[in-house]
Design a protein around this ligand. Structure first.
Ligand SMILES: Cc1cc2nc3c(=O)[nH]c(=O)nc-3n(C[C@H](O)[C@H](O)[C@H](O)COP(=O)(O)OP(=O)(O)OC[C@H]3O[C@@H](n4cnc5c(N)ncnc54)[C@H](O)[C@@H]3O)c2cc1C
Length: 444
């Protein structure tokens, strides 16, 4: 096991909460557990792209996995890739795209690890056809703090397979995994963007869409006749053979924390208006490269600094179709009224493809995700209110993005949590898990 280095802090993407922990970088799949397991709590972490505290553990030991990042084998006949759990989706794309393969499911950033993708059972723009990431995982190795290591798959230790997919790093350390990639013939995506005005037009476009990838950007700042306007974006891997080169590295870095006053109702309204009008006509059709289609935010590294030193809260929920329209309207009204929303709001229909994870977030219905700058009590109160509306409408919130759910809310969103505790490693814990099991109080 690598040497323990005291780091001032390991940040999640939202930079909130700030918690101190020891950080142990892992380089080999055999680095954990140490020969003598000290009386400490552990939590594996990847690239810290979760927004809240699911990747944080105060006074514990974070097992930092990105140094355990080798691609181990690839079968071009089946598309099956075996890699260590710290390998990032960026690494996989750099390897796979030139060979004519792509990820089966990808989130809105490629700077996440395979272990993190499994542990949060991430979803992407193709959820309605492909389901979440775990469905494309064939096997992985799980290492427990008592030194036991076992392979999990739908047929080998299937209960551990289900508990670990979406298991938030609590069931043990994933050391390697096998995932199935999908073939492509070009980097290019056949794109279509349609402007919409209001939630009903968004619902209509979502119901009519037949493409593999769909997502909409929605304006959560404007009111009046611009309330809930947006752009519905659809795409498909093109069938026309084209470039299969690897991507260039992002060079732009957000240089510093913006002062609090920079993000205000006016600047956010201006951005939302610009974004809406950047597409001139009602509909835009044409080929686009996969990078801006899937990862527009990855072009600027450390963009979370834009929210200033207090960081950001993300709110992400899903409401069932039966209550989705009314619930989302109530949520959108609460957000626009607060004037707090940022420019990065997305809304999408999830499909009814079941997740294999016991604690996975996706469910059939309509999903909303957006960021709020942290303005202490104001943003906390708003997110708490949105959580209440979610609960009243029979929905649930996403652990990977959360820093505010109460224990009561979490346990109502995920009633299977008690069954899940049977699989939690006795030496593993997280700040999130402490909060949602009622062992850590909420701020404010
Ligand atoms: C810009 C942006 C866009 C995003 N878009 C989406 C999206 O569209 N869909 C979506 O689902 N998510 C999205 N996310 C969230 C992100 O995909 C998840 O939070 C992902 O899990 C982060 O992976 P990571 O490697 O950074 O893991 P971390 O955030 O470091 O950890 C995440 C969880 O995985 C566990 N973990 C990590 N490695 C291991 C391991 N080897 N073994 C066991 N457990 C492990 C940790 O304990 C923790 O619980 C987005 C995040 C950002 C910043």
């Amino acid at each position: 096991m690598g040497t323990t280095s005291r780091r001032p802090r390991f940040e999640s993407w939202g930079r909130y909460p700030e918690l101190q922990a020891d950080v142990v970088p892992l380089h080999w799949t055999t680095d954990f557990p140490p020969s003598k397991t000290p009386a400490t709590k552990y939590l594996p972490v990847g690239l810290g792209r979760s927004y809240g505290d699911v990747c944080l553990l105060e006074h514990g030991t974070l097992l930092l996995t990105p140094g355990m990042d080798r691609l181990l084998s690839f079968d071009a006949g089946t598309g099956v890739l075996r890699c260590e759990a710290g390998a990032s989706l960026q690494q996989i794309l750099d390897f796979a795209v030139p060979r004519g393969f792509f990820l089966p499911v990808t989130p809105g950033t490629k700077f996440v690890t395979v272990g993190g993708s499994i542990a949060n059972d991430i979803h992407g723009k193709n959820h309605h056809v492909a389901g979440s990431f775990g469905r494309h995982v064939l096997r992985f190795e799980l290492v427990r703090s008592d030194g036991s290591r076992f392979v999990c798959s739908p047929i080998e230790n299937p209960d551990w397979f289900a508990a670990t997919i979406g298991g938030m790093g609590l069931t043990g350390l994933i050391t390697w995994a096998e995932i199935r990639l999908r073939p492509i013939v070009s980097r290019m995506i056949d794109y279509r963007g349609d402007k919409f005005h209001g939630i009903d037009e968004f619902f209509g476009l979502s119901q009519a869409a037949k493409t593999e990838y769909t997502v909409a950007w929605i304006d959560c700042v404007s009111t009046g006749r611009n309330f809930a306007r947006g752009i519905f974006m659809q795409g498909e891997h093109t069938q026309i053979p084209g470039p299969l080169r690897r991507s260039k590295e992002a060079r732009l870095v957000f240089p510093c924390d913006l002062p609090e006053f920079a993000l205000n109702r006016l600047s956010m309204a201006a951005f939302n208006s610009l974004y809406f009008h950047k597409q001139l006509g009602k509909t835009k059709i044409g080929p686009v490269d996969y990078e801006p289609f899937f990862y527009p935010l990855d072009a600027v590294l450390h963009w979370n600094r834009m929210y200033g030193q207090h960081g950001l809260l993300q709110f992400q929920n899903v409401l069932p179709h039966a209550t989705g329209r009314e619930g989302m309207l109530e949520i959108l009204k609460a957000i626009t009224k607060s004037g707090l929303a940022s420019f990065l709001a997305v809304i999408k229909f999830f499909g009814d493809v079941p997740s294999v994870g016991m604690m996975s977030f996706p469910a059939p219905g309509v999903m909303l995700a957006l960021d709020f700058p942290i303005r202490k009590q104001v943003s906390f109160d708003l997110v708490d209110r949105l959580a209440k509306i979610t609960l009243e409408h029979g929905g649930r919130m996403y652990s990977a993005k959360d820093a505010r759910m109460t224990a009561e809310q979490y346990q109502a969103f995920y009633p299977q949590w008690q069954e899940f505790t049977r699989y939690v490693d006795p030496q593993f814990d997280s700040a999130f898990w402490q909060r949602v099991t009622g062992r850590r109080p909420l701020d404010g």
